[in-house]
Design a protein around this ligand. Sequence first.
Ligand code: BGC
Length: 472
Amino acid sequence: MQKKIGFLFLAIIFSGLIAAKAEFAQGFLKGTAQSFYQNGGHNSWDSLEKKPQSNWTQFENSKIRFHFDGVFAPWPFPKKSPIAHGEKVGIASDGWRRAFDDIHLIKKLGCNAHRFSVEWTDIEPQEGVFNQEALAFYERYCDALIANGIEPMVTLHHFVHPLWFEKRGGFLPVANVHYFVRYAKKVFERLGGKVRLWCTINEPTVVSACGYILGIHAPGKVLKLYNSGIVLKNLLKAHVDVYKALKKMPGGRNAQIGLVHQAMQFEPYRHKILGLTIVDPIGKQVARGFNFSFAHNAVLGFLKTGVFEYRPSRPLRGIRYRNPAAPKSYDFIGLNFYSKVILGPGPTCYKNQVMTDMQYAIRPETLYDAIKQVATLGKPIYITENGIPDAKDDRREAWIKGYVDSVHQAVRDGFDVRGYFYWSLIDNFEWSMGFDQKFGLYQVHERTKNRTLRKGAYAYRDYFTTAHQNFK
Ligand code: BGC
């Protein structure tokens, strides 16, 4: 009898454990994400005499006044490097040399998908000259992923582009968009037969807001509100043009092509005073400014209706752009989402919330809200990025469980979410914040660049079970 009770007890605990895990349907993608620039840095290629230069290698060698940590160096103080501690990307986490070994790291996590960027700078280091060595590298890389049962998801633009393109004005002149389309076609020609999932541009709103308003990303322009809107409009146009061009190519009809949108949103701090909730007035204005700059609604509006509207405030010049092809220019939407940022006089979270190493707290319910918002587009959703900067690795498990649960809940509630890609597979170069931010499921050791699975990442490996062998 005692034995029976013991067995029953064990069975209850065991089924409880199983129930606590998120189970997704067959075909759901459990993935990791990274970009080759952040992971492998500034690469040299045997077939090229010089390392290809990009907007970001130019930016890291510049000097600016306003920094990510909010430090402003007014005249006569000297300007500083835009990257924390004056760091340079260098070989980052040695991602190029170890790319093929790193595939085993993905496999060990039980993942069946991996999102990575193809670097335009490496493919077309000089205008119109395509680097066959780089194209061959990506082809071999996709083959190796597929051979390991890992579905590749390619991003064609992840913040970085060749310096020659930047010198022509980057995405500021609309006349430059065709260069991006030409490059995208070259990549598709080579990889289209192997890769089903294509992301055109990573986070157009981050490119425009951080590059042209906050000045913390290349090209480091500050408060150029109008130009920021123009760049955003041109990036959206570039997305539509690439979609149309690739769909016409052999294999285009089978490809699933989408835009990756960062649904970054801000809200004012709410004070609790004598049982009343009072919205912080400064936080309210700052949140408005940030929500405008990161243009979440403007992008959703464009994708829904084909009309892009961007007007900072009345006296300033606004932008209105219509592209009737936009609502039919994506087979899925890639959702990058971390947290909703609270803005006020003090810390960017409430007492009962747990902060990450960046300026946002662990708030899994906000991912659910973001899914709900992008679901109004009526297209399948992939969570193309979500993860935590956590150097101590004492919050990663809670993040993963909370956020994967949110995705799971959304799926159970009928939202068409088809995959989740944790950012990032390994520690990497976090743009202006240099190497301080530790997003990796695997820690990268500073000197040796060896990789070690973090304890907090076990949650991703074990807790999030899915049918990961079903990619063919
Ligand atoms: C970007 C990544 C970045 C991540 C974490 C996203 O905005 O696409 O490149 O590393 O956020 O901050």
